[in-house]
Design a binder for this molecule. Structure first.
Ligand code: ATP
Ligand code: MG
Length: 267
């Protein structure tokens, strides 16, 4: 697939071009091999969700924007997949919400850290935390290399945004009483369940929406931001995402087809 162009009429054109981008960044050393599998798990849920941002995800995005804007020390944690898919949006979100950006990887290597730092710098980032010796802090509750954090970043953060996360770290950050914002297409994952705000959506759609909504909310006063946060229930939001999948599957089961007639004529 890497050398071929993707036909725009293909029903999965968008999804295929995202795969292509991930493969390119896998080859450039930004995405870990396990990152490709993780993406596949996400894609399967996106299929079930109808590959669009639902009202429920939008509500979570609004709560996440309010939470970042209301925070004292917000940090956006970046791994290989997030950098590859939405590096530019991460930089914009950090600027709008005055968040720090920190590299935090399950499969750490200085080479990968620097490759991600370079990608983010080219996308306009200021200082990128967590690279090399800067990750000198430790979160002992975490078993993996993800325990290594920057003392200026995740260690002291009150809100940590962890797009595409692993469950262990989300649980540990939540136990440390940090507010955790996750983007995860799987409403059943431990990440989704442990986060304070889970955006059940594809990161390629969720991040631009988050930037847009943060821009709209950035001049609101604190009481309004706090009201938006208080109005959000992650438990209810996850239930709604599961109901959405349920409804879609029931409707599809009735119709017996997923493709529209024009898609069936696709060659
Ligand atoms: P957990 O560790 O949270 O229990 P898991 O072990 O099932 O989750 P992992 O392989 O650790 O899953 O992490 C991959 C997660 O990232 C999956 O839950 C998947 O839904 C999600 N994911 C992958 N790609 C995307 C994407 N593009 N947008 C949103 N979520 C994604
Ligand atoms: Mg996992």
């Amino acid at each position: 697939m890497n050398e071929t162009t993707i036909k725009t009429k293909h029903p999965r054109a968008e999804s295929l071009s995202i795969r292509k981008r991930l493969i390119q960044h896998y080859k450039s050393g930004i995405v870990a091999d396990a990152g490709l599998f993780a993406h596949g798990r996400g894609e399967a849920f996106d299929y079930l969700l109808g590959e669009k941002t639902g009202d429920n995800a939008l509500k979570a995005i609004k709560a996440a924007a309010a939470m970042l804007l209301n925070a004292e020390h917000p940090v956006i944690s970046v791994n290989g997949n997030a950098a590859a898919l939405v590096g530019k949006d991460i930089v914009e979100l950090a600027q709008v919400t005055k968040s720090k950006i920190e590299v935090n990887l399950f499969y750490r290597s200085t080479k990968r850290e620097i490759a991600i730092e370079t990608l983010l710098s080219e996308a306009g980032a200021g200082k990128v935390l967590g690279v090399g010796k800067a990750a000198s802090g430790r979160i002992h509750e975490i078993g993996s290399e993800r325990r290594r954090v920057d003392p200026e970043g995740i260690l002291v953060a009150d809100v940590v945004m962890v797009p595409l996360e692993d469950g262990d770290r989300t649980e540990a950050l939540a136990k440390m009483k940090k507010n955790v914002i996750a983007v995860d297409l799987n409403p059943l994952s431990r990440t989704a369940q442990f986060a304070t705000v889970t955006i059940v959506d594809n990161i390629v759609r969720a991040m631009p929406a988050l930037v847009r909504i943060a821009q709209k909310l950035k001049n609101e006063d604190r009481s309004r931001l706090q009201a938006i946060i208080a109005d959000f229930s992650n438990k209810e939001s996850l239930s709604e995402a599961i109901r959405l999948i349920n409804r879609r599957l029931s409707q599809l089961a009735e119709k017996g087809t997923y493709l529209t007639p024009s898609q069936k004529g696709w060659t």
